[in-house]
Write a protein that binds this ligand. Structure first.
Ligand code: COA
Ligand code: AMP
Length: 631
C-alpha cells in the first residue's frame, strides 16, 4: 500500500486501523475498542485492555526465542567502555531490580524519579518501574538541583534512582550533591533513594534514606510483570512551557506500546533484530521513545551512547559506532551534524569507516537547515529524513514513512502527516489558510494513541495550554505552512519556547531566575540564531534605580544564577544591561521585535510601541554582544 492509501485507510476507520496495530502487542486482556472518548477532550486509547510495558519490551522476546539476541549495546567513548546485554540478561536484571523496588514498597501507581546519565542502568530503572506499574519520571542530567526539586514537588515520588555521577568532557557531574540539594529544597521528600555508584566517583550515602543499587538487590526474588490498564500512565516527562513550572506530559501505557511498535517498521523501516541507534539522552522524549521503548518493544537492538558527536575523541565517533555495531537506522538532532560538519567539513572521518550497513538517517528535535541536510546526504549517501514531533506526542507527527513508501524528500520539510494526525494550518481566528500560507499548526482531535491525554496534576492547564485557542484542535505551539502537495514546513514557535542544541527551553523560566537577582528590576530573555546550536538565549537586564554595581559583575552573577538554578543545559551566557525594554503601550515586552533585531532581520515597527527609540538602544546592546552574528 502507498502512503496515501495507508493514510486514507486510517482516516476512514481509525478504530479499525489502531485495533489492527494493537494486535502486535501482547495483552493480558485485549481492549474492547481503540478510542475512548467518554472524557473528551481528554481522549484515551485502549483503556479497558490490561497490559504490561516491560513484558512487551523484554520478557516476550525471551519467550519467543530471542533471549540470546543483544538488546542493548552500551558504547561509552567517554569512559572507554563497551558492553552488550542480551534480552535474557536484561529480563533477569530488570526483574531483580523490580523485585528490590517492590520489597522497598514501590507498587503500581507510585512515582519514581530517575536522575541518571547515559548508562544501561538508566534504561533498567525505567523498565523496572514499568514492570511494577510504577510511573517513572526521568530528569535530564543537565538540569540543576532547583529544576529537580520542582519535579519532585510535582511528581511526589516514593523513590529516586540516581547515579553517583555523570561524565561530561573534562568534568564530572556530581549528581549526589545536586540530588541532596534538590531534596532539601523540595517540600515533598522521597521515602528512599537508590544510588548507582560509578567507578569514577563513589558518593557518600545519606543514612536512613539512601540504599546502594547493588546492595539493595541482594537475595531479592525477581518481580513478575504487573498488568495495568491501557490508560494507566507509563511515565511522566516534564517539558518546558512558557513559565518556570514545567509541564508534566503523561504517557499512557496502551497507546504508547501500540504507536511506538507501529513506527518501527512503518517510519524507520526496521525488522526485529536490526540495530537502531538514537543518539540522544534518556532525559528527553527521543531517548524515552527511541533509545529505550520502541526498539525494545519491537525486538531490535538499541545503543546507549555516552559521548558527544565531537571531542569524544573526535568527529568520527558517530561513524565508528555505526560501522562497529552495524547500525541500520540512525536518529539524531541536526545540531550534532552541524558540530561534526564544523570539525570535518570534507568528511575525512566518514571515509575511514564502512557505513554500507546504514540505510537511513533521521533528524528531529529542531528545524533541519538545508545546508546540514545536503551535507549529510552527500557524506552518507542514504536518505536523510527530517521528521517533526514533540514531547507531547511521543512519536512523529510528520515524517517520510520509509517502511510504507519513500516519498520524495523536499529539503526544509519534514514531509507529510503520519496516520493518526489530521494536521491543519489555522489563522488567528481558527480558519484554515491556503497552501503556502503561514499559520498556527494545529491537529484535529483526537490525537492518536501514545500522545498525551493530559498533564500530570494539571488537567486545566492541559486544556488551557493546548485546547482552548482552537476549539476541537490540539495547538502544537509551532507555526508553519503546507505546500500544494501537503508537505509541512515547521518555521517557528508561537510561544516563548526556544530550541538550544535540540533542547527545548523556556525563556520565561530564565526570566523568572534573572528577576530573582537583587539588582534586577526587570528583564527579558529572547532566543537568537546560532550557527551551531540553532538558537541561544540572550538576556536583557534593567537594574534597580540607584544600583551602582559594575554591570559586568551583575551579568556574571546572572549567568551563574541561571546555570545554578536551571542547569548548564540552558547555555545561558549572553546577557547585557540596558536602561529600558521596548514595550507596547499596554506594557507588553516586544520580545519578537528584539529577537529580529538580534538576528539582523527586517521587522515592522509595532504599531503599539510605546517609544521606538528604545529599539536603537537594543540594537546597540546586541552589537556589543557580537550580534547579529553575520555583522
Ligand atoms: N549532564 C550534565 N551536563 C550536561 C549534560 C548532561 N547530561 N548534557 C549537557 N550538559 C552540559 C554540557 O556539558 C555543557 O556545559 P558547559 O556549559 O559547561 O560546556 C552544557 O550543558 C550545554 O550542553 P550542550 O548544549 O550539549 O552543548 P555542548 O557544547 O556540550 O555540545 C553539541 C554541543 C552540539 C555537540 C551538543 O549539543 C550535542 O551533541 N547535541 C545533540 C543534541 C541532542 O542530542 N538533542 C536531544 C534531542 S534529539
Ligand atoms: P521537544 O518537545 O523537546 O521534542 O521539542 C519539540 C519542538 O521542537 C517542536 O514543537 C518544534 O518546535 C521543534 N522540532 C522538533 N522537531 C522538529 C523538526 N523536525 N523541524 C522543526 N522543528 C522541530
Amino acid at each position: 500500500m502507498s502512503y496515501a492509501e495507508v493514510y486514507e485507510r486510517w482516516k476512514a476507520d481509525p478504530n479499525g486501523f489502531w485495533m489492527e496495530a494493537a494486535e502486535a502487542i501482547d495483552w493480558v486482556e485485549k481492549p474492547s475498542k481503540a478510542l475512548f472518548d467518554e472524557n473528551a477532550p481528554h481522549y484515551e486509547w485502549f483503556s479497558d485492555g490490561m497490559v504490561n510495558t516491560c513484558w512487551n519490551a523484554v520478557d516476550r522476546h525471551v519467550e519467543q526465542g530471542r533471549g540470546e539476541q543483544v538488546a542493548i549495546i552500551y558504547d561509552s567513548p567517554i569512559t572507554h567502555t563497551k558492553r552488550e546485554i542480551t534480552y535474557v540478561e536484561l529480563r533477569n536484571r530488570v526483574a531483580t531490580l523490580a523485585g528490590a523496588l517492590r520489597d522497598k514498597g514501590v507498587t503500581k501507581g507510585d512515582r519514581v524519579i530517575i536522575y541518571m546519565p547515559m548508562i544501561v542502568e538508566a534504561l533498567e530503572a525505567m523498565l523496572a518501574c514499568a514492570r511494577l506499574g510504577a510511573i517513572h519520571s526521568v530528569v535530564f542530567g543537565g538540569f540543576a538541583a532547583h529544576e529537580l526539586a520542582v519535579r519532585i514537588d510535582d511528581a511526589k515520588p516514593k523513590c529516586i534512582m540516581a547515579a553517583s555521577c555523570g561524565i561530561e568532557p573534562g568534568r564530572l557531574v556530581h549528581y549526589k550533591p545536586l540530588l541532596d540539594g534538590a531534596i532539601e529544597q523540595a517540600k515533598h521528600k522521597p521515602e528512599f533513594c537508590v544510588i548507582y555508584q560509578r567507578e569514577q566517583e563513589v558518593a557518600q550515602l545519606t543514612e536512613g534514606r539512601d540504599v546502594n543499587w547493588h546492595g539493595f538487590q541482594y537475595g531479592v526474588q525477581p518481580a513478575e510483570c504487573v498488568p495495568v490498564e491501557g490508560n494507566h500512565p507509563a511515565y511522566i516527562l516534564y517539558t518546558s512551557g512558557t513559565t518556570g513550572q514545567p509541564k508534566g506530559v503523561v504517557r499512557p501505557t496502551g497507546g504508547h506500546l501500540v504507536a511506538l511498535n507501529w513506527t518501527m517498521k512503518n517510519i524507520y523501516n526496521l525488522e526485529p533484530g536490526d540495530v537502531f541507534w538514537a543518539a540522544s539522552d534518556v532525559g528527553w522524549v527521543v531517548g524515552h521513545s527511541y533509545i529505550c521503548y520502541a526498539p525494545l518493544i519491537h525486538g531490535n537492538t538499541t545503543i546507549v551512547f555516552e559521548g558527544k558527536p565531537v571531542g569524544t575523541p573526535d568527529a568520527g565517533v558517530f561513524w565508528r559506532v555505526i560501522s562497529e555495531h552495524k547500525v541500520k537506522s540512525f536518529f539524531t538532532a541536526p545540531t550534532a551534524f552541524r558540530a561534526i560538519k564544523r570539525e570535518d567539513p570534507n568528511g575525512e572521518y566518514v571515509n575511514k569507516y564502512d557505513l554500507t550497513g546504514l540505510k537511513a538517517l533521521y533528524l528531529a528535535g529542531e528545524r533541519a537547515d538545508p545546508d546540514t541536510i545536503k551535507w549529510a546526504q552527500r557524506m552518507l549517501g542514504v536518505p536523510v529524513i527530517d521528521h517533526w514531533w514533540q514531547t507531547e506526542t511521543g512519536w512523529a507527527i510528520a515524517g517520510n514513512p520509509l517502511g510504507i513508501e519513500k516519498l520524495p524528500v523536499k529539503i526544509g520539510s519534514p514531509s507529510v502527516p503520519m496516520p493518526g494526525y489530521d494536521v491543519h494550518i489555522l489563522d488567528e481566528g481558527g480558519h484554515e489558510v491556503g497552501a503556502n500560507t503561514l499559520g498556527a499548526i494545529a491537529i484535529k482531535l483526537p490525537l492518536p494513541p501514545g500522545t498525551l491525554p493530559t498533564l500530570w496534576n494539571a488537567p486545566e492547564r492541559f486544556e488551557k495550554s493546548y485546547l482552548s485557542h482552537f476549539p476541537g484542535y490540539y495547538e502544537t505551539g509551532d507555526a508553519g505552512y503546507k505546500d500544494e502537495d501537503g508537505y509541512l514546513y515547521i518555521m517557528a514557535r508561537t510561544d516563548d519556547v526556544i530550541n538550544v542544541a535540540g533542547h527545548r527551553l523556556s525563556t520565561g523560566a530564565m526570566e523568572e531566575v534573572l528577576a530573582s537577582h537583587p539588582d534586577v528590576a526587570e528583564c527579558a530573555v529572547i532566543g537568537v540564531a546560532d550557527e551551531l546550536k540553532g538558537q541561544l538565549p540572550m538576556g536583557f537586564l534593567c537594574l534597580n534605580a540607584g544600583c551602582t554595581r559594575d554591570h559586568g559583575e551583575i551579568v556574571r552573577d546572572c549567568v551563574k544564577l541561571v546555570r545554578d538554578q536551571i542547569g548548564p543545559v540552558a547555555a545561558f551566557k549572553l546577557a547585557c544591561v540596558v536602561d529600558r525594554l521596548p514595550k507596547t503601550r499596554s506594557g507588553k515586552i516586544l520580545r519578537g521585535t528584539m529577537a529580529k533585531i538580534a538576528d539582523g532581520l527586517d521587522f515592522k515597527m509595532p504599531a503599539t510601541i510605546d517609544d521606538p527609540a528604545i529599539l536603537d538602544e537594543i540594537a546597540d546592546a546586541v552589537k556589543r554582544l557580537g550580534y547579529p552574528q553575520a555583522a
